[in-house]
Write a protein that binds this ligand. Structure first.
Ligand SMILES: [Zn+2]
Length: 97
């Protein structure tokens, strides 16, 4: 019985070390910083939902890092996961983004 328990404990320790090595914590820059817009938006190209600060937000064709209160609600907003999806979106429409 003692050997069994010792084995389980050793396996648990090895697994914990293994998982720490296999799945390291993402760098701090990947997490939301104070003041980042964490509201969810849907990518206009692939339809994937992403927090606003992780993607590219275009208001009237101009890239903004954060939507300000004085931005009119009627402004034409487009959101993309990344630059590739932005280019893909405009390429589909034959426009240049
Ligand atoms: Zn996308």
């Amino acid at each position: 019985m003692f050997a069994f328990i010792i084995n389980v404990i050793i396996i648990l320790i090895v697994m914990k070390v293994f998982f720490k090595f296999m799945y390291p914590k993402p760098p701090k820059a990947f997490f939301a910083q104070a003041g980042d817009d964490t509201s969810l938006r849907r990518c206009a190209h692939c339809g994937h939902e992403l927090a606003t600060y992780r993607g590219i937000l275009l208001v009237d064709g101009v890239e903004v890092t954060k939507k300000t209160d004085d931005t009119p609600d009627t402004a034409n907003e487009l959101f993309f996961c990344n630059d590739e999806h932005r280019q893909g979106f405009f390429a589909e429409r034959g426009e240049k983004g």
